[in-house]
Design a protein around this ligand. Structure first.
Ligand SMILES: *[C@@H]1O[C@H](CO)[C@@H](O)[C@H](O)[C@H]1NC(C)=O
Ligand SMILES: *[C@@H]1O[C@H](CO)[C@@H](O)[C@H](O)[C@H]1NC(C)=O
Ligand SMILES: *[C@@H]1O[C@H](CO)[C@@H](O)[C@H](O)[C@H]1NC(C)=O
Length: 228
């Protein structure tokens, strides 16, 4: 249980850099599930972009719980869910759609709200997508065409990226959190490594996660946000 408490604390560490108006006070015991976190058209100080897991219904998915916690802690922040297929099969088509769509939304947001800081959250295939947006992606035969990282101008606006159960997880990365010792099923190759932006990333993976670590415990994979 203890390591789960790392999450809000890690986020608080990131939040310090997002501006004087941000007052991180993640209150894990008091999340209001009915809080309306839909995106608004006005520019926010902090904009949270959420990419759901494979097979989840369109919307924020389970990682929306985390988005709600963060937006509750940062007055005036907005939340946006990326609309992408989130299919397990064909995974590559789905993740490359997610990468293109998220890149486009991020560019659009930053172009019109260039004082905003952006937080990216991704769960499972969503974690894969946010990683591919920020670090470059595709390229294993099943993962769609090779893509470069988003332009630095946009990358710089992302103050934090939180991944849970990333299939492209690489063991022993400095930004890994959790008990996992193994690689994910599509480990990120060196030329699209996220090491250059390690300071903004926390990637959560527990040992036994069948997608993220070499393991067979789907329950572990599905349980990160339930344990927040
Ligand atoms: C949330 O707010 C948006 C924008 O104001 C609105 O369109 C939507 O209906 C609201 N959703 C809920 C569940 O209240
Ligand atoms: C990506 O998927 C969404 C639906 O999930 C669809 O509306 C959109 O057209 C797709 N985009 C591309 C470029 O295929
Ligand atoms: C990484 O290397 C692969 C294989 O050599 C290449 O196809 C791909 O374009 C490279 N990706 C980037 C972003 O440089």
């Amino acid at each position: 249980m203890l390591k789960l408490l790392l999450l809000p604390f890690s986020f608080c560490a990131f939040s310090l850099s997002v501006g004087a108006s941000a007052q991180p006070k993640a209150n894990i015991g008091n999340v209001n599930p009915t809080q309306n976190t839909s995106s608004s058209t006005a520019c926010a100080n902090v904009h949270i972009t959420v990419v759901r897991a494979s097979t989840e219904q369109p919307g924020q998915g389970v990682i929306g719980t985390l988005a709600t916690m963060i937006s509750g802690a940062i007055p005036g922040s907005t939340v946006e869910a990326i609309d992408y297929p989130a299919l397990l099969n064909p995974c590559g088509l789905s993740s490359s759609n997610g990468t293109t769509t998220t890149t486009g939304q991020l560019q659009k947001y930053v172009d019109s709200c260039n004082k905003a800081s952006v937080v990216l959250l991704g769960y499972s295939q969503g974690a894969h997508v946010v990683g591919d947006v920020m670090c470059g992606g595709g390229q294993a035969t099943s993962l769609g065409p090779s893509t470069p990282p988003i332009a630095k101008k946009y990358q710089d606006k992302v103050v934090a990226m939180i991944q849970m159960g990333d299939p492209r997880h690489v063991a022993q990365a400095s930004f890994d959190v959790g008990s996992s010792q193994g690689n994910g099923i599509f480990p990120r190759p060196a030329n699209i490594s996220c090491n250059a932006i390690a300071a903004k990333i926390r990637s959560y993976c527990d040992s036994g996660d069948s997608f993220y670590d070499i393991g067979d415990d789907v329950q572990v994979h599905l349980s990160y946000t339930q344990r927040l």
